[in-house]
Design a protein around this ligand. Structure first.
Ligand code: NAP
Length: 253
């Protein structure tokens, strides 16, 4: 049974990715940082449907914790051939509102997390000459008119550069590296920003900016990730796939 690690799989987009990969017959390690009960619930949902899953706690920005997590996963199920680097953190920020501590925290989870989880996986993938890594970026990296997420966007720019560079380095070993860049998806991450009135206005605004006229669901993103992690995408590497309902508000491209 192919084994996958989905980071930040206790909630939101990561949870939907874990459930979707399980439908493809993949055994899923459900990573989380704090919310153990939610991670256990995701694993139980997969088990009840006849799949295999187990929760694993680790702060992805901490290399030692990530290595320990991989040892745990490998002794449970064998080498991890699918890694979905989904765990992410967002703090609002702009030229006028900058916190060095918040930026450091975002870099640690969003960027170091991708590096740590990729580096820990490559030995097993190289031995198998098969690996599929899918990083979760954001259309924020491409430049969008949704203001106030400037430093978060910078961390996602780094994720996209790492996606292309790791694809270059790991391709000769049969390892594919791609990214999915979601548009606006309703999860705890975006629900935490602003008052209820501000949230409702943001939702309507974001829906109006997508040619499909709606915001995304975690399941919309999970379908694209499952494709990139599957054999159907066997000749695809180094790509950033925007899954955003056709957003029309980019500043560039
Ligand atoms: P979310 O609802 O806030 O969930 C975040 C998940 O990441 C949780 O499972 C959380 O675990 C985990 N996590 C956070 N920090 C972690 C760490 N240091 N180590 C391990 N796990 C950690 O977020 P989401 O909206 O689903 O976002 C998922 C990904 O999509 C992120 O990379 C985000 O940047 C990206 N994205 C989201 C949107 C959107 O509109 N929602 C748009 C573009 C991109 P706990 O439950 O244990 O806290």
């Amino acid at each position: 049974m192919t084994a996958a690690l989905v980071t930040g799989a206790s909630r939101g987009i990561g949870r939907a990715i874990a459930l979707r990969l399980a439908l493809d017959g993949v055994a899923v390690a459900i990573n989380y940082a704090k919310n153990e009960a939610a991670a256990v619930a995701v694993a139980e949902k997969i088990l009840q449907a006849g799949g295999r899953a187990r929760p694993f706690r680790a702060e992805v920005g901490d290399a030692a914790q990530v290595e320990e997590m991989y040892r745990g996963i490998e002794s449970w199920i064998g080498p991890v051939l699918i890694v979905v680097n989904n765990a992410g953190l967002l703090y609002a920020g702009s030229v006028d509102r900058y916190s060095a501590d918040e930026f450091d925290a975002m870099v640690k989870t969003n960027v170091n997390g991708v590096i740590n989880c990729t580096r820990a996986a490559v030995a097993g993938m190289r031995a198998a000459r098969d690996g599929r890594i899918v990083n979760i970026s954001s259309i924020a990296a491409a430049g969008t008119s949704a203001a106030g997420t400037t430093y978060y966007a910078a961390t996602k720019g780094a994720v996209e550069t790492l996606t292309r560079r790791f694809a270059l380095e790991l391709g000769p070993s049969g390892i594919r590296v791609n990214a999915v860049a979601p548009g606006f998806v309703v999860t705890d991450m975006v629900d935490a920003l602003g008052t209820p009135e501000e949230r409702a206005a943001r939702l309507a605004n974001m829906a109006s900016r997508a040619v499909l006229g709606r915001v995304g669901t975690p399941e919309d993103i999970a379908e694209a990730v499952a494709f990139l992690a599957s054999d159907s995408a066997r000749f695809i590497s180094g790509q950033i796939l925007a899954v955003d309902g056709g957003r029309t508000d980019y500043l560039s491209h």
